[in-house]
Design a binder for this molecule. Structure first.
Ligand code: NAD
Ligand code: TYD
Length: 343
């Protein structure tokens, strides 16, 4: 192994896709995966790397210095870079209670920064979101210079973490880079987010809940493209910089829902308009020209290719999806690994 990546949140949606990408594209890198296995973490997402010497799972919490130190120890003498994805990530949950978001996204990020600074690492990529910029009208795009104006407890906690990361760079010269990406879709996403929830409900002929008028716009990016952008930033980004990541792929929610129904051969009568999300951001759209011009990254997947591929993937993973719907996925870690904290 030539270097170690300490990945936080690698049993979640984007994290597990990142693990798979590293296994394929950087087989000489050790991936140490620190994850608390909250409801959003699922070891089944990582079944493909089970038993691999390139992947090491550490069951632990980024809010606990001793857990972060355990993960850093697992990197051995290799040069270490950090990719920080662990977070509470769902807006609707943050509306019910903001506290877990402040705990993991804010406190956890500071604990991680401090422990990594004490150890000495090469690079720290902080994976953030376009939601820190707030909401757009029908015109314009978020650039890296757009002022932060978060509107939900989720996005506010992510914006706070962005500021802590920025402060670590300016105060301590800590080698950080920040990415802000638009909405992702693809394999292994927890079926509480729009795309997998609609796929799962449509499969079972259950109502598809569309918030408000369904005309809120998101800029959809296939998760593999996001992972490759993070890798580009990790390898070639300039320290202290922020990089927006997006696909210039804007669609209103209702169009996404109708496309899914059509692709699955299900009737639009399943669509059910429900009360809007409080404080619902109207439109997100990313200007990703900086990462294109400076690092040569642009999305490889078009929506027309990747959405059908995603629909097909979920259709082939009925058991996985059922496990998430019933909660059975939570037993998998204990069954595979007993009560040990490392796997
Ligand atoms: P996710 O909710 O699917 O996964 C989060 C992971 O973090 C889970 O495995 C969970 O167990 C773990 N985790 C939570 N709290 C932890 C803690 N205290 N210590 C250790 N691990 C903990 O999230 P995701 O969709 O994969 O998002 C990953 C990152 O990307 C997040 O930081 C999110 O803000 C950001 N992001 C997500 C999207 C998106 O569309 N999903 C878009 C832009 C940015
Ligand atoms: P979501 O996947 O929760 O991502 P985010 O809120 O971080 O953008 O939601 C995407 C969009 O879909 C958002 O505008 C809210 C909307 N939405 C619905 O209309 N119905 C749903 O059941 C969900 C989960 C989301």
């Amino acid at each position: 192994m030539t270097r170690a990546i300490l990945l936080t949140g690698g049993a979640g949606f984007i994290g597990s896709n990142f693990v798979h990408m590293l296994a394929e594209q950087r087989p000489d890198w050790l991936c140490v995966n620190l994850d608390a296995l909250t409801y959003a973490g699922n070891m089944q997402n990582l079944a493909m790397v089970e038993g691999s010497t390139q992947h090491r799972f550490i069951h632990g919490d980024i809010c606990k210095t001793e857990d972060v130190e355990r993960a850093l120890d697992a990197c051995g003498d290799l040069p270490i870079s950090v990719v920080h994805m662990a977070a509470e990530s769902h807006v609707d949950r943050s509306i019910i209670s903001g506290l877990p978001f402040v705990q993991t996204n804010v406190l956890g990020t500071q604990v991680l920064l401090d422990a990594c600074r004490a150890r000495g690492i090469e690079r720290f990529v902080h994976v953030s979101t376009d939601e820190v910029y707030g909401s757009l009208g029908s015109e314009g795009f978020f650039t890296e210079d757009t002022p932060l104006a978060p509107n939900s407890p989720y996005s506010a906690s992510k914006a706070a973490s962005d500021m802590l990361v920025r402060a670590a760079f300016h105060t301590h010269g800590f080698p950080v880079l920040t990415t802000r990406c638009s909405n992702n879709y693809g394999p292994w996403q927890f079926p509480e987010k729009l795309v997998p929830l609609m796929l799962a409900n449509a499969r079972e002929d259950k109502p598809l809940p569309v918030y408000g008028d369904g005309m809120q716009v998101r800029d959809w990016l296939y998760v593999e493209d996001h992972c490759e952008a993070i890798l580009a930033v990790l390898e070639r980004g300039e320290l202290g910089e922020v990089y927006n990541i997006g696909g210039h792929n804007e669609y209103p929610n209702i169009e996404i829902v109708k496309t899914i129904l059509a692709a699955m051969g299900k009737p639009e009568s399943l669509i059910t308009y429900v009360t809007d999300r409080p404080g619902h951001d109207r439109r997100y759209a990313i200007d990703a020209s900086k990462i294109d011009a400076t690092l040569g990254w642009r999305p490889r997947w078009t929506f027309e290719q990747a959405l059908p591929a995603t629909i097909e993937w979920y259709a082939s993973q009925v058991e996985w999806l059922q496990g998430l719907r019933t909660g059975a996925y939570r037993d998998y870690y204990a069954q595979q690994y007993g009560s040990d904290s490392e796997g």
